[in-house]
Design a protein around this ligand. Structure first.
Ligand code: FAD
Length: 468
């Protein structure tokens, strides 16, 4: 990895020399270059370059993924937005209309989705029917077939959490409601200032494997207090093992993605008749321009690509789970469900064909004991982050924050279960690895968000070029 960082630092140095005029006299940078000049070429920790991802995502993946996410199976997400914040009491709820979430009326959600969150596969249906029957007959557990008992036990264990990276919302709670994600899009809400900073701050400060002595120069409120220079911060980052470094970059990538979305779907105009949403170039530049952010913006965009690759890799690894013949995207509409499964498999095969992910030996592949410890560390930090989402004072931001952390948590669960998935039986119950409908919906929607961000970067690049 040292070689990889050395290469990157060398590369960035070369870019800096060229772009800052320390070499030959160069024409001044355009606004587009100032956001994107460093966001090109190879990404550290991955054997992949940004331009290849752009082409692959924007033209081959993005359109198909959008179609899939518009289907009934993926558009309805059950979420409990009323869980109290477990860390502090003084949450000021954002009163803006754009922060509101409109839950579904009960007749809007297809019965197949409502009837049981488990009912997404034949396997699940059969098991549940057997269990229900056994219950009706007053049978004790022993009356279930040995195979069924084993599967139910395994599933309960999985759903119970030891393998889950997120604090699962209690979707059986009366407070949990279905939300139509298409009617509640992630966009600018106006949630900002100390409340939003506090959330980001806690996420980074508490959860990014930092030694106490190192404080990230993050919170604009805490100017001068406990800060270290950017150089110290990045040399600390370099000193971490590849997975811990990855953790910080995943969170930073998620943060960047949210901020790309709010810049791309900004409230541009509001009249009493309608609201106009669209790209706000100034907002984007303030967050990502290399000069305005003293080099931080382009780094954050690189983290977004890194997050993209991690989720892409998880999707490529989870293919055998979805490929099993008895897996269904169950909504009760047989024809639609089959078509959706075909589209989902097409997307996953496309992803599998993408050649450049990571050096297989470098991620999550240390010796067994170390890998187990790392998995546990990751899981605990990640569960913490998902609980912090209950403290977000804007319901729309909370909805998408929860969905994206659950999706990323599911991607990590997949990556830490690579071997189990590779060895799972081609049909019949899978005892070792299991995904709930909630996890599936969040995994694909979270990736859909990052894929949309990558596409939006192309739109911003074109817009910035057109104004200069
Ligand atoms: P912030 O984005 O609040 O960042 C705070 C500080 O973190 C910055 O000063 C900088 O030092 C550092 N920082 C910024 N970006 C990164 C990065 N990528 N990596 C590392 N460090 C970084 N707003 C909406 O309009 N719509 C939404 O859907 C939405 N969803 C949100 C979801 C969550 C979970 C949270 C916590 C906030 C959400 N927000 C949303 C608010 C939004 O993310 C910003 O917090 C807000 O716009 C204020 O931005 P800011 O420029 O003050 O800096």
């Amino acid at each position: 990895m040292d070689g990889g960082w050395g290469f990157l630092i060398g590369l960035l140095g070369a870019v800096w020399l060229l772009s800052s005029g320390h070499g030959e006299q160069q024409p001044p940078e355009t606004a587009a270059q100032r956001c994107f000049c460093q966001v090109s070429g190879y990404l550290d920790d991955c054997t992949c370059d940004v331009e290849t991802i752009d082409r692959f995502n924007n033209y081959r993946l993005f359109p198909r993924l959008q179609k899939l996410l518009e289907s009934d199976y993926f558009r309805y997400y059950k979420v409990n937005l009323k869980r109290p914040c477990p860390f502090w009491n003084d949450i000021s709820q954002c009163g803006r209309r754009d922060c509101a979430v409109k839950p579904c009326q009960s007749d809007e959600v297809p019965d197949g989705i409502k009837s049981a969150s488990y009912k997404y596969s034949e396997e699940a249906n059969n098991l549940i029917e057997e269990c229900e029957q056994a219950e009706r007959l007053g049978a004790v557990d022993e009356s279930l077939s040995e195979e069924t008992q084993k599967a139910v036990l395994q599933w309960t264990k999985h759903d119970d959490s030891s393998d889950n990276f997120c604090e699962a919302d209690d979707i059986q709670s009366p407070d949990a409601e279905y939300v139509d994600l298409l009617l509640n899009p992630e966009r600018y809400t106006g949630y900002k200032g100390p409340d939003a900073w506090k959330i980001w701050n806690v996420i980074y400060e508490e959860n990014c494997f930092k030694p106490q002595a190192i404080k990230r120069p993050l919170n604009p409120l805490a100017s001068g207090q406990g800060k270290i220079s950017e150089n110290t911060f990045y040399s600390w980052l370099e000193g971490l093992c590849v997975e811990k470094r990855a953790f910080y970059r995943l969170i930073s990538g998620l943060h960047a993605s949210i901020n790309v979305h709010l810049s791309a779907r900004y409230l541009l105009q509001e009249t009493w008749l309608e609201k106009k949403w669209g790209h706000n170039i100034t907002e984007f530049q303030q967050r990502f321009d290399g000069i305005l952010t003293e080099g931080e913006g382009p780094r954050r965009l690189k983290n977004l690509y890194f997050l993209y690759l991690i989720e892409l890799r998880a999707l490529s690894k989870v293919l055998p789970f979805f490929e099993r013949p008895d897996f269904q995207l169950f909504t009760g509409n047989k024809i639609q469900d089959e078509e959706n499964k075909m589209l989902l498999l097409e997307i996953l095969h496309e992803i599998k064909s993408f050649p450049l992910h990571f050096d297989e030996n470098s991620f999550f592949a240390g010796d067994k004991k170390e890998a187990h410890k790392l998995k546990e560390d990751f899981r605990l930090h990640f569960r913490n982050i998902s609980r912090i989402m209950d403290c977000v004072g804007c319901f729309k931001c909370r909805l998408w924050g929860k969905l994206q952390t659950q999706g990323l948590g599911t991607a990590l669960k997949v990556l830490f279960s690579e071997k189990l998935i590779a060895n799972m039986p081609e049909s019949g119950p899978s005892y070792e690895f299991h995904l709930t409908r909630q996890e599936i919906v969040s995994l694909f929607n979270a990736f859909g968000r990052i894929s949309t961000s990558v596409k939006e970067l192309e739109n911003f690049r074109n817009l910035l070029q057109s104004i200069h």
